[in-house]
Design a protein around this ligand. Structure first.
Ligand code: HEC
Ligand code: HEC
Ligand code: HEC
Ligand code: HEC
Length: 498
């Protein structure tokens, strides 16, 4: 009796285990079938195959109307959060100290908060930094993060060709704003890296793009552009070769050491003569130090969440501030209500803003006091350690300030880095105070008024009327010519207007 029962339970066990194994194997098949299907699915959906060199978003859009329609919503400009959103903000009006901090560099001419991807071409053409018909300082490389025409050109002519020559000489080639070809393979629709600088930076660290997971790719497509970079003039003759300074690591200090070792500077400060660095927008690098990245959340999870329409689930291509879409962006993972989540973001941003201003105020004064020191006979030798402090302070401030989202992507790291920027700026000012007193200057020295953008630009010795007139002239002539030529080349030219 007992023996029989033992036998029965053994048989049950065997049956149970066998069932589990079978279910598991069926599961494996099913998931691999689903994966295959999703790979093949997009090719089947295509009403019109997409040419490998197709840069026009509207042509891709014929195949994928939902993604295209939501992408076109990046033209909306009516959402403002406390520190971000799609409205344009003139940062130089808001923070005139910035003009002093960037004296002698393009950013002192104008610096606005970014807008949606569909504005990338228009905003670059309009920026005073790219100049006009007469003054046009930028290399062709400045188009690199603006347009799917960049991978098109690189495929047709080679990478280095796209980094050669002047910005103004090639504007007819770059007319389609950031879009489908920047992130997708036209045949499979898989995510794809189209910018060599990212691939090359990983290669130098012994990593290949194929090694990254799909979830990592959902951030890496953004890391093609939302990163720190510089132009290396020593890779290919005559080219401003786009390079990521990641060889020593991602942190502000690692990149600072990288640039110091190269002896690299973006410009010499017009007032303090410090050898300066300009941070671009190390969004990916700062984000990687935060808790969301550490828990495996990707940029797309918050900025391109899933959306449902008529029973179809797809990726919302309206890339924007997640605060305009908290339900899909945050509440997928967080149970708190919308007000609470928005407050969470603002609290972190407000704290960083407070520290940022301490750094800006100290840095603007440091540059002006350094000028007073030069004017009163300070020597190169006396100034060198002070100028190094200013260089490092402003780099660290900028590493955080230039990153989008006002520190939300990694609040603690952002605070730490700005904290060290304040310390270095104040140390420079202490050294300057000693030097000024030694030179017989009454301390504190009289500093000029830089309380508005216009006053600060006058202090920096800039002729804004001339820059503005040159820009208007350029927009009425050269830019119109570019569009005409581009239309001839492509056959059509889409207008990106709200
Ligand atoms: C956990 C969610 C989350 C993730 C993940 C995330 N972000 Fe953000 N991002 C935000 C929030 C919140 C803001 C602040 C928006 C605001 O102030 O209106 C923001 C702001 C931004 C902005 C500025 C938008 C604006 O309107 O001012 C950019 C650009 C940006 N993020 C890019 C990225 C990139 C690139 C990544 C990945 C490297 C990333 N984000 C990952 C939540 C996220
Ligand atoms: C080809 C380069 C490129 C890629 C790829 C790219 N971006 Fe951008 N992004 C830009 C540029 C340039 C702007 C500013 C456009 C403007 O202001 O005209 C921008 C603007 C934004 C904004 C709006 C900022 C604001 O202040 O309103 C957000 C949000 C954003 N990007 C997030 C992302 C995310 C998330 C990804 C990846 C899924 C991504 N971007 C991929 C270049 C890129
Ligand atoms: C900044 C990068 C970026 C740009 C630009 C972009 N996409 Fe996407 N796209 C993504 C991401 C991220 C996904 C999600 C992929 C995943 O999770 O594997 C996606 C998914 C898709 C998918 C798969 C179905 C879905 O909705 O999830 C299609 C189709 C697609 N995009 C079409 C387009 C089209 C058409 C354009 C141009 C109008 C475009 N994409 C522009 C990043 C981008
Ligand atoms: C894909 C899931 C996911 C999404 C989407 C997401 N979060 Fe989170 N969030 C997390 C995880 C996981 C943590 C870490 C919490 C932990 O491990 O205890 C976290 C932590 C946080 C924290 C505390 C940590 C910090 O950085 O200060 C805040 C605040 C936060 N999230 C806000 C947001 C907001 C706002 C959004 C939408 C813009 C958002 N999250 C979107 C998963 C997510």
């Amino acid at each position: 009796m007992e023996n029989n029962q033992n036998k029965k339970s053994a048989v049950n066990w065997i049956l149970f285990v066998a069932t589990v194994v079978v279910v598991f194997i069926i599961g494996l098949f099913a998931s691999s079938i689903i994966e295959r299907r999703s790979e093949g699915q997009y090719a089947l959906q295509m009403v019109k195959p997409i040419a490998p060199d197709e840069a026009r978003n509207e042509v891709w859009g014929e195949n994928f109307p939902r993604e295209y329609e939501t992408y076109m919503k990046t033209l909306e400009t009516d959402f403002a959060s406390k520190h971000g959103g799609s409205k344009m903000t003139d940062y130089l009006e808001k923070y005139p100290e910035l003009v002093i901090m960037w004296a002698g560099y393009g950013f002192a001419k104008d610096y606005n908060q970014g807008r949606g991807h569909a504005y990338a071409i228009e905003d670059l053409r309009n920026s005073l930094r790219t100049g006009g018909n007469e003054i046009s300082p930028m290399p062709q490389t400045c188009w690199t993060c603006k347009s799917p025409d960049v991978p098109r050109k690189m495929e047709q002519e080679g990478i280095a060709e796209a980094y050669k020559g002047k910005w103004k000489a090639s504007g007819h080639e770059y007319v389609n704003p950031i879009g489908c070809k920047d992130c997708h393979n036209p045949e499979t629709m898989n995510l794809q890296i189209s910018r060599p600088a990212l691939v090359e930076a990983f290669e130098r660290q012994g990593k290949k793009m194929e090694d990254f997971t799909r979830q990592e790719m959902r951030s890496l497509v953004c890391a093609q552009c939302h990163v720190e970079y510089y132009f290396d003039k020593n890779v290919v003759e005559g080219a401003a070769y786009l390079t990521f300074p990641w060889d020593k690591g991602f942190s502000a200090e690692d990149m600072e050491a990288y640039f110091d070792e190269l002896g690299f500077k973006d410009w010499t400060h017009k007032l303090s003569k410090a050898p300066m660095l300009k941070a671009q927008h190390p969004d990916y690098e700062l984000f990687m130090t935060g808790v969301h990245a550490q828990r495996g959340v990707s940029c797309a999870d918050c900025h391109m969440p899933y959306k449902s329409e008529g029973g179809v689930k797809f990726t919302d291509h309206h890339v924007q501030s997640p605060l305009n879409n908290v339900a899909n962006s945050c509440q997928v993972c967080h149970r708190e209500d919308t007000d609470r989540l928005v407050r969470d973001v603002y609290e972190r941003q407000d704290r960083l803003e407070e520290l940022r201003h301490l750094a800006e105020s100290a840095l603007a004064k440091a540059h002006l006091e350094a000028k007073v020191a030069w004017d009163n006979g300070a020597t190169e030798k006396e100034m060198k350690p002070i100028l190094t402090l200013i260089r490092h302070s402003q780099w660290r401030w900028d590493w955080v300030a230039a990153a989008n989202g006002l520190g939300f992507h990694s609040p603690t790291e952002a605070m730490r880095v700005v904290g060290s920027a304040i310390q270095k700026a104040e140390e420079a000012r202490r050294e300057l105070a000693i030097l000024l007193i030694n030179k017989g200057v009454k301390y504190p020295p009289q500093l000029p008024d830089y309380s508005t953008k216009a006053k600060a630009q006058a202090v920096a010795g800039m002729n804004m009327a001339k820059l503005n007139a040159d820009k208007q002239d350029f927009l009425k002539t050269t830019a119109v010519e570019w569009d005409k030529k581009a239309k001839e080349r492509q056959g059509t030219l889409q207008e990106y207007k709200n």
